[in-house]
Design a binder for this molecule. Structure first.
Ligand code: NIG
Ligand code: FE
Length: 381
């Protein structure tokens, strides 16, 4: 066993309430943490730290668990910066640009897609992300979606088939659903863990999404849903009905949606990069938390609505625009993301957790929200 001890941690956030100050953030000062190859094995005062094969002295820096980015579309080709510029000039996002990325992605070679995905993956990693979910969804043919899943699989285990992203113009809706259910999904068994549907205006209806998710469930996939991004479209209620692990966006919510979420096992994953980049209203995270809804924060990295690979920036937006405290936002970007992926081994640094340790440049995790756009993350250990 190769053990490593990280000493002189000025502020250690473990997200384990049995450690440190007893708060949900499980916080310690002047702390140390010992990891073996893969797992946390000891947490306590720096002065009491046991000996280990390797000693890392972080000289008073803050340490947090690695971020869990539970929603990305990393595998794509091309750019849609012109659409962003048009939106900043007043145009509305309606999902219409998705097919532009589909065309660019279909044309790209495997090598080009691997390279582009690796660049974005590395950027996420530098921003402190240690677990990332990656969706397909930019080919929309059965062999093409399979190709994207295989590329994604080289980067993560949290892979999602989003064959039901949009119905391409000129393609029969029923034929599309048939292809998702009877071609893509059976071929994705063992490759993808999740099935996602874009259930919204201009994409799939609630009834169509229900049929697709029901088939996905029969085949043993976990369920996720893009819901209520463009309006009050019933996606949140469907996600709760289907016991989805997560419903993502939640830009438009009714009081009934909030009550349903609060009484469910479905995490509401908020994607402030999408509200920023589409000039949409930010959801009110504060009232969601007050109602008892479990929240995750994710980047939604994609070329249409959120070309973002920076989790601290998501935390800053959540604090500034959505009413979350810095601790609530950090919790949502770690534990929240883990819950959205139904994982208990990541998102925290309790004993037995995966040793995904992020060292910050400053002495406090408040810097994540405070030092907007800075390089707040020093190392990912
Ligand atoms: O999460 N809304 C659906 N899917 C993506 C955007 C897709 C695109 O515009 O390329 C999202 O926002
Ligand atoms: Fe998305």
């Amino acid at each position: 066993m190769s053990a490593r001890v990280i000493i002189n941690i000025g502020e250690l956030t473990t997200n384990d309430p049995s450690l440190g100050d007893g708060s949900v953030m499980g916080r310690l000062t002047n702390a140390a943490i010992v990891t073996d190859n893969d797992h946390v094995v000891w947490v306590g005062p720096s002065n009491d730290a046991p000996a280990a094969d390797e000693v890392v002295d972080v000289e008073g820096a803050a340490v947090i668990p690695g971020f869990v980015d539970s929603h990305t579309h990393l595998v794509f080709a091309g750019s849609r910066s012109d659409e962003f510029a048009a939106r900043m000039a007043g145009e509305r996002y309606d999902g219409g640009g998705i097919m532009r990325t589909v065309r660019a992605t279909r044309e790209a070679s495997d090598e080009e897609l691997v390279r582009a995905t690796r660049e974005r993956f590395n950027e996420l990693r530098l921003s402190g992300v240690t677990t990332v979910e990656i969706k397909s969804g930019y080919d929309l043919t059965a062999p093409g979606e399979l190709r994207l899943l295989k590329i994604a699989r080289a980067f993560s285990e949290e892979i999602t088939l989003l064959g039901a992203h949009v119905v391409p113009a000129g393609v029969d809706r029923d034929a599309c659903i048939e292809s998702v259910c009877n071609e893509m999904m059976p071929a994705a068994v063992g490759l993808a863990k999740w099935v996602d549907v874009f259930c919204d205006q201009g994409a799939y209806s609630v009834d169509e999404a229900r049929a697709i998710l029901t088939k996905a469930q029969e085949l043993g996939f976990g369920l996720r849903l893009h819901g209520n991004q463009l309006g009050h479209t019933g996606g949140v209620a469907l996600a709760v009905e289907m016991n989805c692990a997560s419903v993502d966006h939640c830009t438009y919510l009714t009081a009934e949606d909030v009550a349903l979420l609060a009484a469910s096992n479905t995490v509401a994953t908020l994607l402030p990069g999408a509200e920023f980049s589409t000039r949409s209203p930010y959801p009110d995270a504060k009232s969601l938390l007050q109602a008892g809804v479990v929240l995750a924060l994710a980047t939604d990295c994609n070329p249409g609505t959120s070309y973002v690979t920076n989790m601290p920036l998501m935390i800053a937006l959540a604090v500034r625009e959505m009413g979350m405290t810095p601790d609530e936002a950090l919790f949502a970007a770690t534990v929240g993301g883990a819950k959205a992926l139904r994982r208990s081994d990541v998102g925290h640094l309790g004993i037995g957790a995966k040793a995904d340790v992020v060292v910050l440049n400053g002495a406090t995790s408040l810097d994540l929200a405070y030092r907007l756009g800075s390089n707040v993350v020093a190392h990912v250990l």
